[in-house]
Design a protein around this ligand. Structure first.
Ligand code: 17E
Ligand code: FE2
Length: 424
């Protein structure tokens, strides 16, 4: 007897969609994928030819600041820098309980909408390292239903104050999965360059991945991505490096941007764009025409680079909105980056699934196949395009072979103008 049997699935794979197959699950593992699998199951779900997809991957979020919007005040200018100031005030009152409670509430919101893999930044600019400690505890507490990766992120800069460099290293000793950075917010350009070299040295020493907040500013002179590219070319870190945001890339002149693209193609750097928040944070000093403030997603994708989309924020000092729905993120990315071609729309879906999985180095843990961990979602949609267009509801979330979430689709009754009150 199977633990779980999904009947009549439309199974989404990287290269094709397989219509009308059953999926059997036993002890947390996918044991069979075939038409009309024999036998019974403890739970059988009739999928009715709806889309079965690998779970969404949230490749970039700040769980330590999630759900703090308005504390102690709202970001009225809407800029990154006012956000950092507000967070500096709010983080004085962090406690383990405070961070853990908000992080777990956010993860539940995400998982309810089909996210089962998350990379979160944890600010490591405070001497107590409370945010980091809390997220490491959360990583352990939630591991049976969601996979959390934690980035040690020096929000105030590695060289912004005397202790920060030491705090970043301590965070890695405590068990952060990834080394972060913020070169464009270091006090000088030289500090920014030096910070990138330090990040690479730490990643090598502690055998960790790298994910740098890089050039998140409209300044076309912010050119730290070229330094990351140079370090990537000279190191053997390969695909273990991620450049997040890189919004200045949208402001570079084409002569420089094309040269840079050539250098980037010599690397396996992963890119993460956060279209929901960067469309609101950036362009604040522009009049008109106003820049979009999102990196060159389409061009990077066309060049074969790995690009994913992240939410970045859910109700925090940088962004007052957000629900954790990755189809919202992909939809905003599709619009802002003008990716309306058929292959481009499908790519936007991949940017919140497979591409994020690649960035997080989930390897064999991700995807739907016999012998793989049984993590999958069922969408009220026929295909990727349909899912994006409708922001489809995730009807079932299956995590580690267990039915974690079931959501009923809302039902609209159309009565028409001629209906009498008795019909309603
Ligand atoms: N910190 C930062 O430097 N940039 C951001 N977009 C957020 C936090 C959300
Ligand atoms: Fe971020």
């Amino acid at each position: 007897m199977h633990d779980l049997l999904l009947r009549q699935c439309r199974l989404l794979q990287t290269d094709r969609t397989i219509a009308d197959v059953d999926i059997a699950i036993q002890q947390g593992v996918i044991t069979a994928i075939a038409p009309r699998i024999a036998g019974s199951a403890k739970i059988t779900l009739d999928i009715q030819q709806q889309l079965v997809s690998p779970p969404f991957v949230e490749s970039h979020i700040h769980l330590d600041s999630a759900l703090t919007a308005g504390q102690p005040r709202w970001n009225q200018s809407g800029t990154l820098f006012e956000g950092i100031e507000i967070w500096r005030e709010r983080k004085q009152s962090l406690s383990l309980e405070d961070v853990k409670q908000r992080a777990i509430a956010t993860l539940k919101q995400q998982a309810s909408q089909g996210v089962l893999f998350v990379r979160s930044h944890a600010d490591v600019s405070e001497p107590s390292l409370t945010a980091l400690q809390a997220l490491l505890e959360v990583r352990e507490a939630v591991k049976d239903w969601i996979t959390l990766q934690v980035v040690a992120f020096p929000q105030d800069g590695i060289y912004g104050s005397p202790n920060n460099e030491m705090l970043l290293e301590k965070a890695l000793e405590m068990g952060a999965d990834v080394v972060g950075g913020i070169p464009h917010y270091e006090l000088t350009r030289e500090d920014g360059v030096q910070s990138i070299h330090r990040i690479f040295a730490l990643a090598e020493k502690y055998d960790r991945l790298i994910d740098i907040h890089c050039d998140e500013i409209d300044d076309e002179q912010s050119r730290f991505l070229e330094v990351v590219a140079a370090c990537a070319i000279r190191s053997d870190m390969g695909c273990r490096i991620t450049a997040s945001h890189t919004t200045a890339f949208g402001s570079y002149n084409n002569a420089y941007a094309f040269k840079l693209l050539g250098f980037l193609r010599r690397t396996e750097i992963n890119f993460i764009a956060n279209p929901l928040i960067n469309i609101t944070l950036q362009g604040r000093t522009d009049t008109y025409p106003k820049r979009r403030g999102v990196t060159r997603v389409k061009e990077l994708w066309q060049q074969g680079m790995n690009v994913s989309f992240g939410h970045d924020c859910i109700q925090d000092p940088w962004y007052p909105l957000g629900t954790g729905n990755m189809l919202d993120v992909a939809s905003m990315g599709l619009h802002v980056c003008q990716m309306t071609g058929t292959a481009e729309m499908n790519a936007c879906y991949d940017m919140v699934t497979w591409n994020g999985a690649k960035t997080l180095h989930l390897d064999d843990r991700y995807g739907i196949g016999v012998g793989k961990p049984a993590n999958l979602i069922v969408l009220d949609a026929q295909d990727r395009y349909d899912a994006l267009r409708k922001r489809a509801i995730v009807r079932y979330v299956i995590s580690h072979g267990k039915l974690l979430v079931r959501t009923e689709c809302p039902q609209t009754n159309w009565y028409g103008p001629a209906a009498s009150f008795d019909d309603c």
